[in-house]
Design a protein around this ligand. Structure first.
Ligand SMILES: CC(=O)[C@@H](O)[C@H](O)COP(=O)(O)O
Ligand SMILES: NCC(=O)COP(=O)(O)O
Length: 249
């Protein structure tokens, strides 16, 4: 059964829209945990558009589940991670102009540098996951870096038209199989919603789903604790049938 990492970047987005002090993502992490979050995920972007350094410092002190720090593979972020020591670092690609993450990390194209970074983080006792597209060559490169986890990028699946979604689901299912055959542990995330999450949660060996935007959106209507509870109910008992149709909770 997959666990749920709740990404709270979009709580910080609301705060940063006014450069104000509320809503504070640190308080909302607690509500997410009360709703059943198995982990809290934040993406400390180089441009600091939402999560701030102060948030990560405080979350390290207050999160009682697991703290997953998404970050670019840069020297600045490496120093922050080694200082904060989150439970997990997920290395992600980053572009200053993007609205959100646009694809997986090109691990195959920068394997020596990533291997050194993975080694430094793991030597400090931090778990490392690589956010990648479900492609055999990328997964093999992930294995070669020494990382223990991958997070399969579900963005293409989430954006696919209804008729193309089964093919994207098959690609992710095969990616999970290949990754596990290589000895990697498998997480997934990006763009997952209450409507499309179940087939991904049902993929064999799926350990954790990191989900943010849709949960924060629903929280506006029902509160964060309840929004997390509803998502967790879906991923703990997912329908395997890839023909969607929303199951209302
Ligand atoms: C790496 C990934 O999939 C993302 O969820 C990423 O954290 C999104 O960043 P934003 O929250 O800035 O859209
Ligand atoms: N890594 C994916 C993540 O943390 C959440 O992505 P999203 O649900 O906000 O698209």
């Amino acid at each position: 059964m997959a666990s749920l990492g709740v990404n709270i970047d979009h709580i910080a987005n609301v705060r940063q829209a006014r450069r104000a002090v509320e809503p504070d993502p640190v308080s909302y992490a607690l509500l997410a945990e009360l709703g059943g979050a198995d982990g809290i995920t934040v993406h400390l972007r180089e441009d600091r558009r939402h999560i701030q350094d102060r948030d990560v410092e405080l979350l390290r002190q207050t999160v009682r589940s697991r703290l997953n720090l998404e970050m670019a593979a840069t020297a600045e972020m490496e120093a922050i991670a080694l200082h904060i020591r989150p439970d997990m670092v997920t290395l992600v690609p980053e572009k200053r102009q993007e609205v959100t993450t646009e694809g997986g990390l090109d691990v195959a194209g920068q394997q020596p540098a990533l291997s050194a970074l993975v080694g430094a983080l793991q030597d400090a006792g931090i778990g490392v996951s690589l956010f990648v597209d479900a492609e055999a060559s990328q997964l093999e490169a992930c294995r070669a870096t020494g990382a223990r986890w991958v997070e399969l990028h579900t963005g293409a699946y989430a954006e696919a038209s209804w008729s193309l979604q089964p093919a994207e689901l098959a690609r992710l299912t095969e990616g999970s199989f290949i990754a596990r055959s290589l000895g990697l542990r498998v997480n997934a995330g990006h763009g997952l919603t209450y409507q499309n999450v179940e087939p991904i949660a049902a993929i064999e060996g799926m350990e954790e789903l990191n989900i943010g935007h849709t949960i924060v959106a629903r929280a506006l209507a029902v509160g964060l604790e309840e929004a997390v509870r509803q998502m967790k109910a879906l991923i703990q008992n997912p329908r395997r049938d890839p023909l969607f149709g929303s199951r209302q909770l």
